[in-house]
Design a protein around this ligand. Sequence first.
Ligand SMILES: [Zn+2]
Length: 447
Amino acid sequence: MGDAAKYDCDLLISADYLIASASPAAGISGHRIIEDAALAVSGGRVIAVGTRTGSADRKAKRRLDLGRSLILPGLVNAHTHIAMTFLRGSADDLPLKEWLTRCIFPRERRLTPEIVELGALIGCAELIRTGCTAFADMYLFEDAVAAAVDRAGLRCLMGEAVFGFPTPASASAEQAFDKVRGQAERFRGHSRLRVAVMPHTVYTTGEKILRSCLDLADELGLPLHLHVAETAGEAEDCRKAHGKGPVAYCRDLGLLRPTTTLIHCVVPDEDELDMIAASGAQVVHNPRSNMKLASGVAPVPAMLRRGILPGLGTDGAASNNALNMFAEMSACALLHKGYSRDPTVCPAAAVLDMATTGSAAALSWPGLGRIFPGGPADLVALDLHSPNFLPLYNPFSHIVYAASGFEVRLSMAEGRILYEDGVFKTLDFPELCREAEKLKQWVSEKC
Ligand SMILES: [Zn+2]
C-alpha cells in the first residue's frame, strides 16, 4: 500500500486557538478565531482548517498538538534591508543626514557579498524567531540575500537597489537592471523567491532611471518598490525641483498602480493620499524606523479612512533596530493613538491585518498572510503559557499589545518547520553567533 492510501496529509497541527481567514479570491478581508482548532498540511499547502474533534479521523503522517498555543498566519515584513544587521547598534541617536553620510554610506561603500550574506542570515534568524515567514528586501548584492533566504527557508520578494550613482554592487543603474534581469530569469517559478524592481528613491535616481525602472517592471512583469515621501525635507526638495510633492511626481511618471509599493509615505498631503487611493498603489508603514530617525508620523488613520490598508515593515536593523514584526505592530497601534489623541484609531485587528494581508498585498503576493484551505502553509504559533498572555479574552489584543514576539514556539514556511521550541531547523544558530563577532570585527577594521 502506497503513502497516498495510508495518509491523507503530511502533518496535522492542533492548538487551542487558530486565526483563520477566507481565501483572497473570496474578497472577504479580516481574520476569525477558531477555538480547539486543527489544520492539515500537505505538499507545502494548508489542505484543511477545522477543529480538533472534526479532524480526529484524519490519517496524518505526523501529528503535532501544540496544546495551549495560538496559531496565526506567518507575519509578512513588507520592507526591510535584511543584511543591515551588520550595522545594528553601531550608530544611533543621530540626525538622518549625519547618520547616513558619516555612519552608513562609508561602511556600505566597502560592502562585499560575503558580508551581505552573513548579515542576511542573522536577519533571517531574527525573522524566523519572531514569527515572520515572508519579507520584501531592498539592498545591494541581492544574490547574496537570496542565498541566505534560500538556506533559511523563508519567502522573499527581493529587489536589487537601483541608484543613480555607482555602488559597490553596480557601477550604474544599467548594471543593476542587468542583475534584476538575471535574478528574474534564475528565480522564475521559484516557490519562495520572487523578484521586484526597486529604485531606491526619487532623489537618488532621477526621472530617466525611474522611467527605465517602470519599463523593466513591465518587460518582466514584476512589482516595483521605492522609498517615497519619507521626510519633510525630501518633500520640500521635490516641490522645489519639480513643483509637486514626491507622490504626485510618481503619479505623473505613471508609477502609481496596484503593483507599485510606496515605502514610508510619512509626508504625503491630502491630494497625494487621494492619488494613492485612486490608483490602488500599495503603501508600507515603518513606524519604529520613522520614530527612531525622527522622520515624523505617517498619516495611517487617514489612509485607513480612504480604504488604503498599508503593509507593515521594520525597515533595516540600523534604523529600528529590531526586525521584529510584533514590536512593529505594537508600535503602530500605540503611535497613532498617542499622536492623534484618539484611542479608537488603529485597533488591534486592523493592525494585524496590516502585518498580514496588507503586507502580502504590498509584496503583490496575495495568498500570504492568511490561513485558508488551499493557501500556503506559512504559519507561526505563540506559546500561551507566557505570563504576559494571562488571562486570555481576545487573541488579537494579545498579539498586538502583549506579545514580545519571543513567545513564538513554531515557525513554518511552505509546510517546512523553520523553528520549533528553541531550535532553528534550517540555520546553525550557534555558528551564526560566532560569525556575528566576525561582522563586528569587519566593521571596526574597515571603517
Ligand atoms: Zn528602507
